[in-house]
Design a protein around this ligand. Structure first.
Ligand code: HXC
Length: 502
């Protein structure tokens, strides 16, 4: 073959690769998905992306294209350096083979050295079937890094397509999972296998779609309707982890916090209105919004500094703590503590959820996670009791006894060993029984118990509360209190590691 013929063959080959890539891109777009590069452009600050190892290709003849189904590199998000891998579904379905895995593992090591967050954009058919068990080994090497870098660097997974089988365990080991409605799915076994094994027909979206994981399984932390929207959410979260200068802080719009609490202490209200009225304007980023809605968690800035917020939500299940709420709270506390985000607890809780389902499901073990997480957290941590804090829930949710730096309470709030209704019916049982009008007597005794034992001034008398504060002074008092303990240092007793109840 002369040089001209060789050149023609080369150009023909290039043209055919180009046509094939174009067809695959069109197929990807037709599913409501975009290419890895388009996603990176959305995620990162313009012009900040630098790719590494783009010539690393798979060792199978079938995988001719460069990149081996994954792009790895660094970029910035609002100026913060991040490491990103983006699986490329247009190359062998983004499937993971030996080189693909090596690229991700190398990037994870780099992120750990850089102390930078790592973000994975997942869109993959799973282990590359042609590579067999070397692909499985590749997953193992990633899982090991996910576990070993937990608490070392923040790890974020964004699921933008299929993520099935054992492959789901890498995202599951990361700190936060983001998903897109309708185009991304995560499951251990897909609908076809479920049908064969159990005989049940179920749509992929119901088995492993974003809505299911966000509201039922709790596996997913943030969802959105489109890829563009979800990548913007990732940008918002990364941005919130950075402080802003005090001059740039926008204080919340001036609603009196006093007016936000219902006068009837049994009436529910949405804790988020209180959160928004306390933190810097538009800074609250809620995590796991649709899961265990009786507990609200998220990041925000207070006077420009990022904090983690944990709060009961009396609007849902009267804010009681059930198993899911306990897990949600404990894991969030662990993340904040690992990465030094101070913790603010807004407490309005009548207790742990009573009931057979909860007891049999292991509420004791789940609730213990909250205590363990707070008791071992060394970051600055403050609790504000808004309305009530009873029993074990009072102790568990960042009380002074388990190491809170400050506990404040609003006037009229109640702190006691149990709710006044239950307490009065036990300690005044005889008087209520003997009374000609037991109902009226019971109400009188409940009021008596409230004023004698439950008023938060009693807890303040015993130094379990550091101050009773006016609701409208809360932001000011929190800013001061957090600044006082900003430089606090606590060390754990030496040990290999603790054993959190799992
Ligand atoms: C190699 C794969 C692949 C895989 C997809 N492809 N999955 N190649 N290994 N695991 C290739 C297809 O052959 C095709 O190549 C291209 O990717 C696009 O795939 P399509 O099927 O055309 O796309 P779509 O219709 O959107 O379906 C996507 C899919 C499907 C649902 C992901 O491809 C699929 O079911 N794949 C297999 C999924 C699976 O069972 N994975 C488990 C592997 S075992 P061409 O050349 O035609 O473009 C595993 C264990 C991990 O993952 C354990 C970890 C511990």
């Amino acid at each position: 073959m002369n040089r001209n013929q060789a050149m023609d063959t080369y150009l023909e080959k290039l043209q055919s690769i180009f046509n094939e890539e174009n067809a695959k891109r069109t197929k990807q777009h037709s599913k409501g998905k975009r290419t890895a590069q388009e996603r990176l452009d959305d995620l990162l600050d313009s012009g900040s992306w630098t790719e590494f190892q783009q010539f690393a290709a798979g060792n199978q003849d079938e995988i001719e294209q460069l990149n081996d189904g994954v792009l790895i590199g660094v970029g910035t998000i609002h100026g913060t350096k991040v490491c990103v891998f983006a699986q490329d579904f247009t190359v062998a379905g983004g499937s993971l083979g030996e080189i693909h895995a090596k690229k991700i593992a190398w990037l994870m090591d780099l992120a750990a050295d850089m102390k930078a967050p790592i973000i994975g954009l997942n869109d993959s058919g799973g282990a590359r079937i042609q590579e067999g068990i070397t692909a499985l080994e590749g997953y193992g090497s990633i899982f090991q890094r996910n576990a070993n870098y937990s608490g070392v660097i923040p790890q974020i997974s964004v699921i933008l397509g299929p993520c099935a089988g054992g492959a789901v365990y890498s995202p599951a080991l990361t700190d936060f999972i983001f998903m897109v409605e309708k185009t991304s799915q995560m499951f251990i076994t897909g609908p076809k296998v479920v049908k064969v094994i159990t005989g049940t027909d179920i749509a992929g979206e119901d088995l492993g779609g974003a809505s299911m994981h966000a509201s039922i399984s709790g596996n997913v932390h943030v969802i959105a309707k489109t890829e563009t929207d979800i990548l913007q959410e990732v940008r918002r979260l990364i941005c919130l982890w950075k402080p802003v200068k005090t001059e740039e802080v926008l204080a919340p719009k001036g609603t009196s916090l006093l007016t936000l609490l219902p006068t009837d202490s049994r009436k529910g209200y949405d804790i988020k209105t209180i959160i928004h009225s306390l933190v810097d304007q538009d800074s609250f980023f809620e995590v796991q919004k649709k899961f265990a809605r009786n507990m609200v968690i998220g990041f925000a800035r207070l006077n420009g500094k990022p904090i983690g917020i944990i709060s009961n939500n009396p609007k849902v299940m009267a804010g009681c703590i059930d198993m899911d709420a306990a897990d949600k709270c404990a894991r969030f506390v662990r993340f904040c503590d690992a990465f030094n985000y101070p913790l603010l607890v807004l407490e309005d809780v009548s207790g742990f959820m009573p009931g057979i389902k909860q007891e049999q499901g292991g509420l004791i073990r789940h609730g213990a996670k909250i205590i363990y997480a707070f008791a071992t957290a060394t970051v600055p941590r403050i609790t504000v009791i808004l309305r009530k804090a009873y029993g074990g829930a009072f102790v568990a949710l960042n009380s002074k006894a388990i190491g809170a730096d400050f506990v404040f309470a609003w006037p009229g709030s109640e702190v006691s060993v149990m709710g006044p209704e239950g307490a009065a019916s036990i300690i005044y049982a005889k008087e209520i029984q003997k009374s000609p009008n037991p109902d009226q007597m019971k109400q009188e005794k409940i009021s008596e118990y409230r004023s004698l034992y439950a008023d938060s001034y009693h807890a303040a008398n015993k130094a379990l509360i550091d101050d009773i504060i006016h609701p409208d002074d809360t932001r000011k008092r929190l800013i001061l209190a957090f600044s006082l303990v900003e430089k606090k240092q606590r060390n754990h007793p030496h040990r290999k590691h603790g054993n959190i109840p799992l």
